[in-house]
Write a protein that binds this ligand. Structure first.
Ligand code: GLA
Length: 758
């Protein structure tokens, strides 16, 4: 009976593009068994798993009924690997076991022997240990293609094999979840890497330049084929570029570079890079999309940008740099400043302390050789702070645990040098990785004060240097004994750590959850709230304001009680990564929390994934297409989300800068009404989100989640809008005219039209 069951699991599929050689694979999509907990005996082929439950591997285990569950679990599957697979293959030397993506970490075993850890092959004889749980945080989004030599004695050809996967879920979603698991012989095309994403496009006058390369990663195969690059206008489909290299030869290890030069368009071009292998008549094809700039150039004359309100509590230090664009030198004036504040006329930085509560209306003025700008700023002295969503930079999505002082300082300087602070960007936040690692001693000084590691020799110096630029300083900790990255956290030292933060000049604390799992008694709301109350009380005793950012991935509907525990913002989801799937899942699901956003309380769908990101020492340009990035920034602004840049600021390219410095777009996020957009219309692949603004107008995002450009007729009434009016394209900062009942717009796939309706 069992044999029959296994034979049913063997589904042989034939890849469609292989005409001369069959490229067979065995699907591993079904018949997995599952158990929670951990025992290395589960890896043994003879282990009796008949008591285990079956589980799907195309969805996280929470959806299969294990909700909530974090920690260890095991998956097992029995599979016959037929020798015909090898016999019929063009290349006969290696077998590829593909397990899809795994949330978060895995050790994978074939017939009792470990063959792969977190997507990397390991030699036979490698002993399993628990270190695999200390891998980079973004591995949940990484594919697990494992390769084993076809002559490896662990493979039992024509017999039953057992694949066992030990999974550790460190929080949030867990398990094997992509549903495309399979076994196949490696193909020649598996070894060809089209490196089209290593370098971003460069902008030069009317052209875009980029270098890409073809890399033969095999040790022994020569590749021969035709290489075609074809670019078409994403919206009209017109061909804009073509090149074709016939009979290209790539020796093992060879890398061939190509320089592309394409005309700038006012939308993306889709570029496809296709390699047709001569011998197997198979081909591989990858695509990317060209960037296009919409934000008009920043004028030379002065313009005051950013939020129209700034807040602090009575008697607490106030710091505000007037965000003004335009050429320097510039001088500043501020009339009606409340008592206790003073302005530096050369830098535009306002500092001091105000004791008396109130809403002070201050008139700001900025002057340079090209003109004068003035604008009103409300300075609110009261109990609530962070009255518009925080805007800043955080080290995590770029440097991960590889952050150091020099990288933070460099970011702060880029704020000024690239003009980011002129558009309202304020916070410079260190995420995890500044504390002492759990494996090192001492973690605290003899008095119990938290110590920093060698990468952060002097936090006070760092805080001072950030403040001197008119910027604010943020830091990270966890309520458990250790942070998510395995560094010292604040458990049982909350007050002391809060005092250390204050003494360094910290203005913002991101407070995670990791390792508090082991402290919390259960998963009740009371236990979820407890550690956040403790830190709230510690922060309240300080002589400075600290914006309080909760990071527990949305557990227990945090949006309902984040305010009660003192939070100014709270993460509503697991960690974001730079893929469309991640962006779409997170961004377009911010629906139920909508009513809970207000001045001082923000839903946080996680940090931005534009620019060069990487979660570790080596960075890459975001994998999002330009339209996906426009969608990302537009949606976050509509959602009144905190805007925390997650990229290396020193590598800000022209396109990313265009995304981050559009004042009319940022103004949507920073609108003082503080209302979050509502999802008003789902119409096929189109979603329409509408945000109420303080001046009575509305911001409208029309998003295309589909795979083709859509010419859409936005009927105002269908989107819950009572009437039409003047429409403005916010990215291009252009009026589109008056529209009565509807407006026709073309929206590229995964792209957006961000409008303001007056
Ligand atoms: C968690 C958070 C991330 C980051 C890391 C640091 O995963 O969600 O944003 O702070 O911890 O280890």
């Amino acid at each position: 009976m069992k044999k029959l069951f296994c034979l049913l699991a063997l589904i042989v599929s034939i890849a469609s593009y292989a005409q001369t050689m069959k490229e067979e694979s065995i699907s591993l999509n079904q018949n997995w068994k599952f158990i929670q907990g951990d025992d290395l005996a589960y890896a043994r082929p003879g282990f009796n798993d008949s008591g285990w439950k079956t589980i799907r591997v195309d969805r996280i285990w929470e959806v299969s009924g294990y909700d909530p569950y974090d920690g260890y679990a095991w998956y097992r599957i029995n599979v016959i690997i037929p020798s015909s697979l090898r016999k019929n293959a063009a290349l006969q030397d290696s077998l590829r076991i593909y397990l899809g993506k795994i949330n978060n970490f895995d050790q994978s075993f074939l017939n009792g022997s470990l063959f792969g850890i977190n997507g990397k092959n390991v030699p036979a004889g490698t002993e399993p240990d628990t270190m695999f749980k200390k891998a980079p945080q973004n591995l949940w989004d990484a594919k697990r293609p494992y390769t084993i030599s076809a002559s490896d004695p662990r493979i039992k050809w024509d017999q039953e094999n057992v694949i066992a996967v030990r999974v550790f879920d460190q929080g949030g979603q867990g398990g094997l979840y992509t549903g495309d698991q399979a076994i196949a012989m490696t193909k020649i095309s598996d070894y060809l890497v089209i490196e089209n994403n290593k370098n971003p496009y460069r902008f030069e006058k009317s052209n875009l330049l980029k270098s890409i390369s073809l890399y033969n990663s095999s040790a022994s195969y020569v590749m021969e084929g035709d290489f075609t690059i074809l670019a078409v206008n994403k919206v009209t489909g017109a061909e804009v570029y073509k090149s074709n290299t016939k009979k290209l030869m790539l020796n093992p290890g060879d890398r061939q570079e190509y320089n592309l030069e394409i005309e700038k368009l006012d939308q993306s071009a889709i570029i496809s890079y296709r390699f047709d292998f001569v011998k197997t008549r198979s081909s591989i094809n990858v695509t990317d999309e060209t960037p296009y700039i919409t934000t008009p150039e920043v004028p030379d004359y002065p313009r005051i940008n950013g939020a129209e309100i700034a807040a602090s509590r009575p008697g607490k230090p106030f710091l505000f740099a007037i965000p003004a664009s335009g050429i320097r030198p510039m001088s500043f004036e501020a009339t009606n400043l409340p008592m206790g504040l003073k302005l530096d006329q050369n830098t535009g930085i306002i500092t001091g302390k105000v004791d008396a509560k109130g809403n002070y209306k201050v008139m700001l003025k900025a002057t340079n050789s090209k003109g004068v700008a003035s604008r009103e700023l409300t300075i609110s002295i009261g109990d609530r702070i962070s009255l518009t969503p925080p805007m800043g930079w955080n080290s995590w999505n770029c440097w991960g645990l590889a952050v150091d002082e020099q990288k933070v300082v460099a970011s702060a300087h880029t704020y000024r040098d690239k003009g980011l602070m002129n558009h309202g960007w304020t916070y410079v936040n260190i995420d995890d990785g500044w504390e002492i690692n759990r494996d090192k001693e001492p973690k605290r000084d003899p008095k119990g004060n938290i110590l920093t590691n060698e990468k952060f020799p002097d936090m006070k110096r760092l805080g001072d240097s950030i403040h001197a630029l008119g910027l604010k300083f943020g830091i990270y900790s966890s309520p458990g004994p250790y942070t998510c990255g395995g560094y010292t956290a604040s458990y049982q030292h909350e007050e002391q750590d809060a005092r250390s933060f204050a003494s360094w000049g910290v203005d913002y604390l991101k407070y995670d959850w990791c390792s508090y799992d082991g402290i919390a008694k259960d998963t009740t709301l009371a236990e979820y709230k407890k550690p956040y109350f403790v830190m709230r009380d510690a922060l309240a005793k300080l002589d400075r304001d600290i914006v309080y950012s909760l990071c527990q991935y949305g557990m227990g509907d945090v949006y309902k009680w984040g305010d009660e525990v003192g939070g100014n913002l709270w993460r509503t989801t697991g960690d974001i990564t730079d893929t469309w799937e991640s962006l779409r899942e997170i961004g377009f699901n911010q629906v139920k929390n909508q009513p809970f956003a207000k001045p001082g309380n923000w839903n946080d769908p996680d940090m931005l994934i534009v620019g060069w990101v990487g979660w570790g020492p080596s960075l890459h340009p975001t994998k999002l297409t330009p339209d996906e990035q426009y969608t990302h920034i537009s949606l976050w602004c509509l959602l009144s989300a905190p805007l925390l840049i997650g990229c290396d600021l020193q590598r800000l390219d022209e396109f990313t800068l265009n995304l981050l410095t559009n004042d009319e777009v940022i103004a949507i996020d920073q609108d003082v009404l503080g209302s979050q957009a509502k999802q008003m219309l789902l119409d096929g692949d189109i979603q329409v989100w509408v945000k109420e603004l303080a001046d009575g107008s509305k911001a409208i995002g029309v998003f295309n989640l589909g795979e083709r450009t859509i010419n859409y007729s936005l009927v105002f009434e269908k989107a819950g809008l009572k009437s039409g009016g003047e429409l403005r394209d916010l990215w291009r900062q252009k009026n589109l005219g008056k529209f009565e009942k509807s407006a026709d717009i073309a929206i590229p796939s995964h792209g957006v039209m961000l409008l303001k309706l007056k």
